[in-house]
Design a protein around this ligand. Structure first.
Ligand code: KIV
Length: 265
């Protein structure tokens, strides 16, 4: 099957095909997602919470993102690998943004990067990264790197001013050249209006069914996350793993494992 690229994203929108995206932070998980036919794997800075036990995404470093991106890109034969630019890796200057995006591509093997926030703040950084040949995905709505300014993990774009701002900024991100925009935890009507207005695909998370695609944090959909309204739990893998591990502990303690068939004579 042909490799998905940032160009495929736009083509799929034109063809009316929805895009399925999930996060992954390691080789075996990314391999499985790729084999299942996922369109893109996001190496999200959500790894801070999902696998590092951090309270938020703010302390995730560039070195950590490169490390995780490298494992994922080694596994992905078909899916587009998008790496998150962590907090302060693009905010201080366009030159630093290019260097850090370049590390995610050159050292991590990513084929695109994602950064959070409006074009009015990061337009020059986005343009500089694009000029270096790296596709950029935007991210509007609930942007976790701004969690202290937003005052918590709340639905964004509910009042008129916020809504107008997000519609304007989505168009500005498209004009700046992003190949796609994540819309996180916004009302479905706002996501629908933005999706309709843009020629690049919107990828929703907690943004309703009208986006051009969806993304979930894999750990949330497998029962390892905090229950939220938008993250459907497809299977409770945590409960299954817990059952397996307690079964193992019990069998070791009782002497039932290893049995004859697990033993070399
Ligand atoms: O870090 C992440 O996983 C993300 C998704 C929630 C979109 O940015």
């Amino acid at each position: 099957m042909a490799h998905v690229t940032s160009v495929t994203f736009r083509n799929k929108k034109q063809a009316g095909e929805r895009l399925a995206v999930l996060t992954a932070y390691d080789y075996p998980t990314a391999r499985l997602l790729d084999e299942c036919g996922i369109d893109a794997i996001l190496v999200g800075d959500s790894c801070g919470m999902a696998v590092m036990g951090r309270p938020n995404t703010l302390s995730v470093t560039m070195d950590e993102m490169v490390h995780h991106t490298r494992m994922v890109s080694a596994a992905a034969d078909r899916a587009l690998v998008i790496a998150d630019m962590p907090f302060l890796s693009y905010q201080t200057s366009p030159a630093r943004a290019v260097e850090n995006a370049g590390r995610l591509v050159a050292e991590g093997g990513a084929q695109a990067v994602k950064l959070e926030g409006p074009a009015q703040s990061w337009g020059p950084a986005i343009e500089a990264i694009l000029a270096a040949g790296i596709p950029v995905m935007g991210h509007l709505g609930l942007t976790p790197q701004s969690i202290h300014r937003l005052g918590g993990y709340k639905v964004q774009g509910r009042d008129e001013a916020d809504r107008a701002f997000m519609e304007r900024e989505a168009r500005a991100l498209e004009a700046a050249g992003v190949f796609s925009i994540v819309l996180e935890v916004v009302p479905d009507s706002l996501a629908a209006a933005i999706t309709e207005a843009l020629s690049v695909p919107t990828i929703g998370i907690g943004a309703g069914p009208h986006c051009d695609g969806q993304v979930l944090v894999l750990h949330d959909m497998l029962g390892f996350g905090i229950a939220t309204k938008h993250a459907k739990v497809y299977t409770d893998l945590r409960a299954q793993m817990s059952e397996a591990v307690t079964g193992y502990i019990g069998e070791v303690r009782s002497g039932a494992f290893p049995a004859q068939e697990h033993t070399f004579t």
